[in-house]
Design a protein around this ligand. Structure first.
Ligand code: APR
Length: 183
């Protein structure tokens, strides 16, 4: 009887991961890990990168300086300092050029690299900004389905995360991710 119960609980847990879409400032949303849409230098910038560094404080940049940069599509993890999280996972997204420069694969790689690092560090709740759809000009209508599909595929039949949350900075972005999630 207890084995059956354990099995049912395990199956329950497997289906329990939630993908959430919220509107707001990612630096204010508590999570185990906050993902930063960075650039290959990992030395900060504008957009969400600038907001994360401003909210985390100077120790974040000091730690980033020790990492030696990061390739597009890859990810590196640091502490989160003054942010409401344990970790920041930095991933340089692809710059959108014309769509023939492996941009779509590289964007999917960003999500996979971040989820892999989050899982390795025992993070159950991970927040993502809309990677590459700001300064890097990746079309939102393409980026959102890639992000949602990659996360679903990575988490299928695994009990690794409780919640993966997209924190969108504006209504247009939030709508794009909600639409991608419904498909
Ligand atoms: N919280 C959540 N999302 C945010 C925030 C914030 N505080 N600030 C900006 N965003 C959103 C943008 O509105 C956009 O939807 O993050 C998304 C990604 O935009 P960018 O921050 O411009 O990132 P990206 O397009 O990946 O370009 C990365 O910009 O900031 C520099 O150093 C960074 O060179 C890198 C480039």
């Amino acid at each position: 009887y207890s084995d059956a119960l354990r099995l049912i609980c395990a199956l329950e847990r497997k289906c329990n991961m939630e993908i959430k879409i919220t509107l707001g400032d990612i630096t204010k949303v508590p999570a185990d890990a906050i993902v930063n849409a960075a650039n290959p230098t990992l030395l900060g910038g504008g957009g969400v990168d600038g907001a994360i560094h401003a909210a985390a404080g100077p120790e974040l940049l000091a730690e980033c300086r020790t990492l030696g940069g990061c390739d597009t599509g890859d990810a590196k993890i640091t502490k989160a300092y003054r942010l409401p999280a344990q970790y920041v996972i930095h991933t340089p997204g692809p710059v959108w050029r014309d769509g023939d420069d492996c941009e779509e694969e590289l964007l999917a790689d960003c999500y996979k690299s971040c989820l892999k690092l989050a899982a390795e560090h025992g993070c159950r709740h991970v927040t993502f900004p809309s990677i590459s759809t700001g300064l890097f000009r990746f079309p939102l209508s393409k980026a959102a389905p890639i992000a949602v599909r990659t996360i679903k595929e990575f988490c299928k039949n695994k009990d690794i995360f409780d919640c993966i949350e997209f924190v969108c900075f504006d209504e247009k972005t939030k709508k794009a991710y909600e639409t991608a999630l419904e498909d």
